[in-house]
Design a protein around this ligand. Structure first.
Ligand code: NAD
Ligand code: TYD
Length: 334
């Protein structure tokens, strides 16, 4: 039986990953280390919180003591913990540098000290920066353009350096934009779906023509597990599903599915340093035999319906500090 230390497991992708792994494997133990920032939410794991194979520890990946204590028990570390919202990184980069860079360093040190079997660093396609035409390969240079993506690039290369320098068995994944259940309603899709359900404006940055390559979160989780079994230490793997859509297209899908008027579309001041397009070349992982199993249209339908049916989950998140952030970010109240 393997013990996985999953950091940031109370967030969007981490919680989906824990659920995915518990469903797939009987003989597994998962320790979820999460600080429970504004984005961490134990409601994301309500259905599995009493599973004997699962344990939750509230703590910070920057805290050497707790990280050492838990890493000592782990065979595998999967590092999801991060500050993850570009808009917040523009207003206040401090926590991004602290958690995304320094926190990853603390984890890497502990993993080295305790000799883990695998360290999976969850990086992002945003480390490459924006691309007008074509798609990024794993060997392309990193040109991150937000404090978020720059912090993630720092962690990505730091993880690589632990492979080269100390022989730590590190795998680095760079996935494109995820969507699915339990995504905090500050990100494009859950924000627009929940605003539309409340007949509130959908704030579109700039001209709405920025392009992202969307992947259903379960496919991302599946790819991480595939790479745990089949990846080579020290290698970087792009993960994407080839669903490039601009923000206007995403908005229209949401409005159509919910039968809401286009008048909810509201153009607002562009995000500073807004990357125009992300695009990944995923030939490497495809040639190894992995491919996504969800179609974009069906996964979008299921995701939107999940938010329709789970108001209990998101309604309470849109209060307090969220409303303050919203007002200062969008220059309008929710
Ligand atoms: P999220 O913001 O929903 O979750 C982040 C989690 O990390 C939260 O539960 C939070 O409480 C926890 N956390 C934050 N700081 C911590 C700290 N110091 N110690 C312990 N826990 C801490 O983010 P997400 O969208 O689930 O992203 C997870 C990871 O995947 C991140 O590393 C992100 O960079 C990466 N990623 C995200 C996407 C995407 O589209 N969301 C795409 C590619 C890669
Ligand atoms: P986001 O979900 O924040 O992911 P990322 O910036 O990390 O790719 O944003 C996705 C796209 O949607 C991006 O081009 C910015 C745009 N966007 C808006 O137009 N309005 C919004 O309110 C948000 C949150 C995002």
């Amino acid at each position: 039986m393997k013990t996985f230390l999953v950091t940031g497991g109370a967030g969007f992708i981490g919680s989906n990953y824990i659920r995915y792994m518990l469903k797939k494997y009987d003989d597994i133990h998962i320790i979820n280390l999460d600080k429970l920032t504004y984005a961490g939410n134990l409601d994301n794991l309500r259905d599995i919180e009493n599973d004997a194979r699962y344990e939750f520890v509230k703590g910070d990946i920057c805290d050497e003591e707790v990280v050492n204590r838990l890493t000592q028990r782990a065979d595998v570390v999967v590092n999801f913990a991060a500050e993850s919202h570009v808009d917040r990184s523009i207003g206040r980069p401090d926590d991004f540098i602290r958690t995304d860079v320094f926190g990853t360093f603390v984890l890497l040190e502990a993993a080295r000290k305790h000799g883990v079997e695998k360290f999976i660093q969850i990086s992002t396609d945003e480390v490459y920066g924006s691309i007008e035409d074509g798609s990024f390969k794993e060997t392309d240079p990193l040109m991150p353009s937000s404090p978020y993506s720059a912090s993630k690039a720092g962690a990505d290369r730091l993880a690589f350096s632990y492979f080269v320098t100390y022989g730590l068995p590190v795998i680095i994944t760079r996935c494109s934009n995820n969507f699915g259940p339990y995504q905090y309603p500050e990100k494009l899709i859950p924000l627009f779906v929940t605003n539309a359900l409340e007949d509130k404006p959908l704030p579109i940055y700039g001209d709405g023509k920025n392009v992202r390559d969307w992947i259903y979160v379960e496919d991302h989780c599946d790819a991480i597990d595939f790479l745990y079994h089949n990846g080579t230490d020290g290698e970087v793997y792009n993960i994407g599903a080839g669903n490039e859509r601009n923000n206007l297209e995403i908005t229209e899908i949401i409005l159509r599915e919910l039968n809401k008027p286009k008048s909810l579309m509201t153009f607002v001041k562009d995000r500073l340093g807004h990357d125009r397009r992300y695009s990944l070349d995923c030939t490497k992982i495809r040639n190894m035999g992995w491919q996504p199993s969800h179609s974009f249209d069906e996964a979008m339908h299921d995701t939107i319906q999940w938010y329709v049916q789970n108001r209990w989950w998101w309604e309470k998140l849109k209060s307090g500090e969220y409303l303050e952030f919203y007002k200062s970010n969008y220059q309008m109240a929710l």
